[in-house]
Ligand binder design. Structure first.
Ligand code: ADP
Ligand code: ZN
Ligand code: ZN
Length: 675
């Protein structure tokens, strides 16, 4: 009799052993139907064995009910990737498998739908013919050479915004396709897929698949089957496309590799970029990381020679880098200049009107959606807070009128009549969000057509696409938006970018806040002057001397890198250490605090023999209450990965058995933020 160890989606860490029916031909990676906790479930075979694991009585082993696949659904390298992710991130192997396969394939009773839906047609986006720049040609030859070598390597393409990185990726994929191999392109955000898929479709026709979380289950399943059957040359997708089942993978490209969205922030907290590098390693193929503002980790790996480095230092075609001016808001406010409570300095105001007079487009970035970041009482200073979370409610207005909303838990309430703490009627909105800016702009420039892009927009993807089209056709004069407008979009008509407030992300109590700010400003500034006309960027800030802002203005990434790496080294943060965050939360305040104390004692006890480990905390999280749960955290810093893994795995077992169930404890390895 033989047995199979299965990964079954469940919060339990281990694999589960079942017996293999006589005569069944079973291989690792195949799906099987089993009975699991008195219900039907689908598991994936991790490995086969002739004997039972030690200490397991044969009488307790249940048989596999049915073998569902004729060939493996997960290839050997993907199975290996799952196992690596499970141990690296301390996550149940079943959760890794759940992330990797379309939901339909793990559903023991899939909805009996009609025909599988046909893939949505991708509109080809044709570009004018152009000659590659010398830097592009060099980069393409270098990475194509690496891709041919059948050995893994990782290459960082550090290319300024608009330097034609995407063109380099697509040329690489053309070479791969000529050899019958597939290319996988990961992007941080769904909004970037239509334009990229259009550019890919112009070259690869129908042999393009798009894969992201906005697809329906049926669509995902259909795309998954196309990818696996070798019907596509190129896959473009967000984080979960990392697991694309490609029969002859040639290279993985992670565009905007620095982007925080690659990190899943809840549940199974893996980093898609890091897992892409690991998959490429296991598949023995090339991984390309691309960015105008590489993460400190990748930049350090390129400096040390662990990654290859290719630089694209200038923009393509006739475009040049935009000129950047900093407006010191302290001086602007002091001088008055008729600015009042407006969020626009006279310099930015003037630049906008000149831009639209010339018939060009302006993009204005503001770090927050909504109308204002808080409602403040002018007489006692009280900020109206969320009853469920330890943060202020943001002011919003829409067709139904004004209301307050929590950006964490979505709690909504009407504006209060008076201050809940002193009764005063003087409640004023403080800070600027996209809605307030949009309204201000419409007042100042009544003839202009103004659009807003943020996650509050009604109409979802359709409305976003309408705005993208309007921008490309020049029908919109001024676009106001959040982070959403900063990423990767290519609107050649934008000649002015205004960063209305650059300081928002500087104040986060997080060791990555300087890096984040530099990336954000560089990316948003990079939207200016991508076409024939030169671009201009105006950055409004209260801290013009801050290194992130100064470096972004001078486009001095290397200088920033020197300074920031020195700081990280001094403070013992990545890339000079490995860190993990233990997050503890509970409904009751004392339960959270007590559990955090317990987790701290366990971690310290388990780290006792490891000189390279230090443990900070427990401390209340910067946002101490979220969605009615009190939150504490601890930071584990380690000199190397091996020690970190050792301590965390020993601690995890004890946490699970010793810490009361009233508290939730999760381990986040390589946390993206410490909030
Ligand atoms: P990046 O990804 O570096 O921001 P893209 O690849 O999106 O840049 O290129 C920006 C624009 O320049 C695109 O519209 C693209 O079609 C165009 N482009 C790319 N390479 C060249 C080139 N060598 N000459 C002229 N235009 C180019
Ligand atoms: Zn008050
Ligand atoms: Zn809330």
């Amino acid at each position: 009799m033989s047995f199979a160890d299965l990964a079954i989606p469940s919060p339990i860490r281990s694999a589960f052993t079942y017996s293999v029916p006589e005569g069944a031909s079973l291989e690792p990676g195949m799906r099987v139907l089993v009975e699991f906790r008195k219900k039907s479930a689908i598991g994936v075979v991790l490995s086969l064995r002739e004997n039972l694991p030690e200490g397991v009585a044969p009488g307790r082993i249940k048989p596999i009910v049915e073998v569902l696949d004729e060939s493996p659904s997960l290839s050997a390298p993907l199975l290996e990737l799952m196992q690596w992710m499970s141990s690296y991130y301390f996550a149940p192997i079943g959760e890794a498998v759940r992330a990797a396969l379309p939901a339909r394939m793990l559903d023991p009773a899939p909805p009996r739908t009609t025909r599988p839906s046909a893939p949505a047609e991708i509109a080809a986006l044709h570009e004018d013919a152009f000659l590659l720049t010398a830097e592009q040609s060099f980069a393409i030859e270098e990475i194509a050479g690496r891709a041919r070598s059948n050995a893994h390597s990782t290459c960082l393409i550090h290319g300024v915004t608009g330097s034609g990185k995407t063109e380099v990726y697509l040329r690489l994929f053309e070479r791969l396709a000529a050899e019958g191999r597939q290319g996988l392109l990961l992007v941080p955000e769904i909004g970037l897929t239509p334009q990229l898929a259009g550019r890919a479709a112009a070259r690869f026709g129908e042999r393009v698949a798009v894969y992201h979380s906005a697809l329906t289950d049926a669509q995902r399943h259909a795309q998954w089957r196309r990818m696996r059957s070798g019907e596509v040359d190129v896959v473009i997708g967000t984080r979960s496309a990392l697991f694309a089942p490609l029969p002859s993978l040639g290279a993985i490209v992670v565009d905007e590799e620095h982007d925080g969205s690659y990190k899943q922030d809840e549940g199974f907290t893996y980093n898609g970029r890091d897992c892409a590098v690991m998959r490429a390693h296991l598949e023995k193929v090339l991984c390309v990381l691309g960015s105008a503002t590489p993460s400190l980790e990748s930049a350090a790996n390129a400096r040390s020679g662990k990654y290859g480095l290719l630089s694209l230092g200038s923009r393509t075609g006739n475009a040049s880098m935009p000129s950047v001016e900093i407006v010191d808001m302290r001086a602007a406010r002091r001088s008055g200049d008729g600015m009042g409570f407006s969020s626009l300095s006279p310099a930015l105001h003037r630049a906008i009107s000149e831009t639209i007079e010339r018939g060009e487009q302006a993009l204005l970035f503001v770090g927050r959606r909504g109308f204002a970041s808080a409602l403040i009482c002018e007489s006692c200073g009280e900020r109206i807070g969320c009853p469920n979370c330890d943060i202020s409610l943001c002011a919003h207005s829409d067709r139904r009128g004004d209301f307050l909303s929590c950006h964490c838990c979505d709690f909504r309430a009407p504006y209060p009549e008076s201050c809940p703490s002193c009764g005063s009627l003087e409640l004023v909105p403080a800070g600027h969000g996209t809605q307030r800016l949009e309204a201000e702009i419409a007042d100042f420039f009544p003839g202009a057509s103004v659009a807003r892009l943020d996650s509050d927009m009604a109409g979802g993807q359709k409305e976003r696409n309408r705005i993208f089209r309007g921008m490309r056709r020049g029908e919109i004069d001024i676009l106001v938006g959040t982070q959403m407008v900063t990423k990767g979009h290519d609107f050649p008509g934008i000649t002015l970018v205004g960063v209305v407030s650059a300081d928002h992300s500087l104040h986060m109590p997080d060791f990555r806040s300087a890096e984040r700010t530099l990336q954000l400003i560089t990316q948003v500034a990079g939207r200016a002057g991508r076409g024939k006309k030169p671009g201009r960027v105006i950055i409004q800030t209260w801290q013009p001397e801050h290194p992130s802002i100064a470096a972004a203005a001078k486009n001095d990434f290397e200088g920033f890198l020197d300074a920031e790496l020195a700081y990280r080294k001094r403070a013992g943060y990545p890339p000079f250490s490995k860190i993990a965050c233990a997050r503890v939360s509970a409904v009751r305040q004392d339960a959270a605090r007590d559990a955090a104390g317990q987790v701290g004692s366990i971690l310290r006890a388990e780290a006792a023999g490891c000189p390279g480990i230090s443990i900070l905390g427990p401390a209340p999280a910067p946002v101490e209450k979220q969605r009615n749960r009190w939150r504490w955290h601890l930071l584990v810093k380690a000199a190397n990965q091996r020690e970190l893994a050792l301590v965390l795995s020993r601690a995890q077992a004890r946490i699970e058995s010793e810490v009361p169930r009233a508290a939730r404890v999760s381990l986040d390895v390589d946390p993206a933020t410490l909030m």
